[in-house]
Design a protein. Sequence first.
Length: 156
Amino acid sequence: MRLPRALLAVALATLIPFLFCAGAVLASEEARAAGWMTALLSYGALVLALFGGVHWGFLLLGGEPRADDRLRLALGVVPALVGWAALLVTLVLPNEIGLGVLIAGYAAFALSETRLYHAQLLSRGYMWLRWGHTLVVVTILAALLVLRLLGAHIVV
C-alpha cells in the first residue's frame, strides 16, 4: 500500500517539536532547559498515546473485539500509560530517566506492532511509516539523553 503524500507530510511535521525541544534543551541554561525537557517529554507522551489511539480506531472499525485482539487492546492503552509514567517519574527522578522511559516505550510499541504486522493485521505502508517515525524519534531522544549525560550544551 502506497501512503498518500499528505500523510507523509503530516508524519514529518510531527517530528518538528521533537527536534525543536531537544535543541532548546541543549541551548538553554539549566533552569530553562528543565522546562524545555518537560515540553519534550509531554509532547513525546502525547504522540505515543496518539499512536496507541490508532489501535482503538482499528478495533472500532472491525466491530466487537475478538479474543485474539488482546494485543491490539493493550496497544490502545499501554502507550498512554507509558507516556504518563515518563512524565511522572520526573517528579522524583532526573528528567533523563523520563527520557529513558519514553525511548523504551517507543521501541517496545514498534516491536509490538511488528507482531500485528506479521499476523497480517497492519499494512506494510503503515509499518514503514511507524518504523521510520520511531527510528527518528528514538534517535533524537537517545542523542539528547547521551548529550545530557555527557553535560553537553550548545553555545548560542
